[in-house]
Design a protein around this ligand. Structure first.
Ligand SMILES: Nc1nc2c(ncn2[C@@H]2O[C@H](COP(=O)(O)OP(=O)(O)O)[C@@H](O)[C@H]2O)c(=O)[nH]1
Ligand SMILES: [Mg+2]
Length: 365
């Protein structure tokens, strides 16, 4: 039996089974098997397709923002407004057949913005250009959902398609440590009470993923999907913003009515008529949570005119990578002045997390 048939069989089994206390464990196990098979199928397809060729967009700049939306909502128009890019705009669908990159410069940061071909329902299961396009979203530091005033509810569909591709919008990795061991079976240490799955199910789900011996520490009340995320290891996490485009076509009353009905916050804009785009730029910048780090030579002054823009939570080692490739090898220690240290000039290692406006000196061999 091939993977698609196996998947079908489990799906049928799931449809037949009523979910209640008695079947909970059984259903949980089936779901885990299903995700594992789907992951495998995914891998197989990517291998056959030659590894997502054509959509490997080189990351550049200080951060990457990915535009995701249905066809014709105005993504290309928006990209052209926000960046130096010249993406084709048209009143018919599917004008953008490839990923078009642009760069938005804002407050000293160079932000790469990618315009993806329009996503359609079922994209994650291979419809349209879906799959490979969605995979680009894995590299996003921020997902910018683009909907228009006519179809604001598309936001849900877009998020679902991303989720199926392994991109968790506005989520963070589950707080679970899984340390595989060679013998001894599975031991589970619970630091919180589990309310969404049983300890027995935790163990069985691990076995579905061929983990038969491991030390597991659960530090939050996870559900099954989160455990699978931790096991499968190829999930990506990014914050998001949603813009509602084409507000020039409706009146303010319409927009506020829509806002009341929707479960998410959005920024109303018009890409074409240049409404609210400055506010959008500023929100994109804020959401990326940049830190400004000033470099100071060992014997000189810090350069306060040109900070290095690094992503929130960045460590000294990431700054090293930004400066040049070989920097890490020659690294001896760093000195920091600013809020991330107890006293000015404190010596730190590569793992030290920097804060906004820190001054940094890197000492190499
Ligand atoms: N009225 C109005 N039309 C827009 C706006 N933004 C884009 N459009 C139009 O919508 C159509 C599709 O735009 P395009 O950028 O190609 O959409 P994409 O398929 O999402 O890239 C084009 O005819 C644009 O001129 C806007 O803010 N207001
Ligand atoms: Mg387009």
């Amino acid at each position: 039996m091939g993977l698609p048939e196996k998947i079908k069989q489990i799906e049928d089994d799931l449809h037949r089974t009523q979910v209640n206390k008695k079947t909970e464990h059984h259903v949980g196990l089936l779901r885990a098997k299903l995700s594992r098979l789907k992951d495998e199928l995914e891998e197989q397809r990517t291998r056959r397709a030659g590894g997502g060729k054509g959509y490997d967009v080189k990351k550049s700049g200080d951060a990457t923002v990915v535009l995701i939306g249905l066809p014709s909502v105005g993504k290309s128009t928006l990209l052209n407004r926000l960046t130096n890019a010249k993406s084709k705009v048209a009143s018919y669908q599917f004008t953008t057949l490839e990923v078009v990159p642009g760069v938005m410069e804002y407050k000293g940061a160079r932000i790469q913005v990618l315009d993806l071909p329009g996503i359609i329902e079922g994209a994650s299961s291979g419809k349209g250009l879906g799959k490979r396009v969605l995979a680009v979203a894995r590299s996003a530091d921020l997902v910018l959902f683009v909907v228009d005033v006519f179809q604001p509810e598309a936001r849900g569909l877009l998020e679902k398609e991303l989720r199926t591709t392994g991109v968790r919008v506005d989520g963070r990795p589950p707080n679970v440590a899984i340390e595989k061991t060679s013998t001894g079976g599975i031991s589970v240490a619970l630091q919180v009470k589990l309310t969404k799955m049983s300890e027995a199910l935790v163990k069985d789900v691990l076995r579905v993923y061929d983990v038969n011996s491991a030390r597991v520490v659960v530090r939050e009340d996870i559900d099954e999907e989160q455990l699978i995320d931790a096991l499968s290891g190829n999930r990506s996490y990014a914050p998001s913003l949603t813009v509602m485009n084409k507000i020039d076509l409706v009146n303010a009353g319409f927009t506020s009515e829509v806002a009341k009905k929707l479960a998410y916050r959005f920024i109303p804009i018009s890409a074409e008529s240049d409404i609210n785009l400055e506010a959008l730029r500023s929100e994109i910048y804020d959401r990326l949570g940049f830190l400004r780090v000033y470099l100071r030579r060992r014997t000189g002054e810090a350069d306060f005119d040109e900070p290095l823009m690094v992503k929130g939570g960045a460590t000294v080692s990431e700054v090293c990578d930004k400066i040049h490739r070989g920097m890490r090898e020659g690294f001896r220690y760093a000195q920091v002045w600013g809020t991330s240290v107890k006293f000015g000039g404190q010596r730190v290692g590569m793992g030290h997390r920097l804060m906004d406006e820190d001054v940094l000196t890197i000492v190499t061999k």
